[in-house]
Design a binder for this molecule. Structure first.
Ligand code: ATP
Ligand code: MG
Length: 444
């Protein structure tokens, strides 16, 4: 059976070797019958759609399934001899400090690990040429981190040489590396994992996936997303007040969403104040009687004000660009759709000889740099706990995630293979069209 073209074999998690040490948690007599303990054989189905499952059973094909996260009764690493390291890479996202904190706390208190290194400024910190020294982390140092946004360890973009970084891990005596970062970071972590495997150096590489846009495959949600979208709602409400406060008032809010428009859609659904949602997954045109500008004009005629939410990756095909720009990691930089739309909307109404007052709000950096909301904090805590359980059990080349409400282990390669997107033909997008009243198609 194939679901998103993933085979059962591709979902297998690599293990460094035999688990020879009793888990300290097991020794502390947590009930052996409790549901918290799992073996590597405890798995859940990747796809729970009965039609697909029944078809696969009838065809005698193996059902793709995923390993459950959780403590193992025996572990691979001897805690008192183990050194763990943690690094944060890519852009900021609420909850990074929560994950750092719990990796330290869990390693220290639940397993008794005493050497915990904080790699500074992303993968740069693993390249000696940059001169960043690792921090020796203690519970006292990280205790209060979640009160602050950002990342305590610093972050960076830009490719670094995999062999140089693995040399550094070996020289530091690191046994488990935790990589907190997005798709690029997890691709980098996959390179590190493969290099460690080919050297047979026994280093485990475990990822904690970070994406504020909630766009990673096979994950119910990603940390920081709930915080971001709650904060985005404040910006939308502000834009609504601005729009209502002026004759023909227009509130335009640009939100995160480079490839997927989940934050833009969710903030529209939650506030009930948005009239147009523009996302990367749904193409639209500006001009013509079916275009966005004419629809906006009609809305102003009817109601005297309008609120627009645009995801940063929306409408890129509309902006004339001479050369594609790339960031340090080689990601294509988007042109600023917010400023572009603002100018085009103003020009449109000026040409029509109509008065309109547009207020443009771009809260992106304020949102991504803030601390996590309580529900995200709990989520970060659990991701980090499970990352430490997985690392101590000798798992490698995997990330922790939540799928169908359970914490699971997924191979890094599977997670970075594609992106989760808003389906223009799905019920989520339909809910947005229904809740906003925007035309379902805004092009000829
Ligand atoms: P964000 O969500 O902020 O984009 P990200 O983890 O994707 O997070 P990037 O800047 O793309 O952020 O990558 C972070 C780190 O991972 C960088 O140091 C980068 O060099 C490395 N990286 C990115 N893409 C790859 C790749 N294809 N292979 C190996 N390493 C990569
Ligand atoms: Mg990325």
């Amino acid at each position: 059976m194939s679901y998103h073209n993933i085979s059962h074999q591709e979902l297998q998690i690599d293990n460094l070797g035999e688990k020879r040490f009793p888990s300290p948690g097991w020794q502390r007599n947590f009930s052996p019958e409790g549901t918290g303990w799992h073996t590597d054989g405890d798995r859940i189905l990747l796809c729970d759609h009965t039609t697909i499952v029944e078809k696969a059973i009838a065809a005698g094909e193996p059902l793709p399934s995923i390993e459950l996260a959780g403590p193992r009764k025996e572990i691979f690493f001897n805690p008192s001899q183990t050194c763990v390291a943690v690094v944060t890479c890519g852009g900021l996202c609420p909850g990074l400090n929560d994950v750092i904190r719990t990796i330290v706390m869990q390693s220290y208190y639940a397993y008794g690990v005493r050497r915990i290194l904080g790699i500074q400024y992303g993968y740069e910190g693993l390249d000696p040429a940059f001169g960043h020294r690792p921090l020796e982390l203690t519970p006292e140092m990280v205790m209060n981190l979640p009160y602050f946004g950002g990342t305590f360890l610093g972050s960076s973009r830009g490719r670094k040489d995999t062999k140089v970084m693995v040399n550094r891990l070996e020289a530091l005596g690191v046994n488990i590396l935790f990589v907190i970062g997005g798709d690029g970071s997890q691709r980098g972590a996959t390179d590190l994992y493969e290099e460690c495997q080919s050297r047979g150096n026994g280093i485990s590489v475990i990822g904690v996936p970070k994406t504020i846009d909630n766009d990673l495959m096979f994950m119910d949600r990603s940390f920081g997303y709930q915080t971001a979208f709650a904060a985005a709602c404040h910006a939308v409400t502000g834009a609504h007040a601005e729009a209502r406060g002026a004759r023909n008032g227009i509130g335009l809010v640009k939100l995160m969403g480079r490839d997927s428009g989940f934050i833009a859609c969710s903030s529209a659904l939650a506030t009930g104040e948005v009239n147009f949602v523009l996302v990367p997954e749904v193409e639209f045109e500006l001009d013509g009687e079916h275009g966005f500008l004419a629809a906006l004009d009609r809305r102003l005629e009817q109601r005297g004000h309008a609120v627009i939410v645009v995801a940063e990756g929306a409408g890129q095909d509309l902006i004339p660009v001479s050369d594609a720009r790339l960031d340090a990691s080689g990601n294509k930089l988007h042109e600023d759709i917010g400023v572009f739309l603002k100018d085009r909307i103003n020009a449109y109404f000026k040409n029509q000889g109509k008065e309109a007052t547009l207020k443009y709000i771009d809260p992106s950096y304020t949102i991504r740099s803030g601390p996590a909301a309580p529900e995200d904090r709990v989520f970060c805590l659990n991701l980090a706990r499970h990352a430490v359980h997985a690392g101590m059990a000798g798992k490698t080349g995997m990330v922790v995630a939540r799928w169908h409400q359970r914490f699971v282990h997924l191979p890094m390669k599977v997670v970075t293979r594609g992106r989760k997107k808003v389906d223009p033909n799905g019920d989520f997008w339909r809910s947005v069209v229904e809740a906003t009243g925007q035309p379902s198609v805004m092009r000829a």
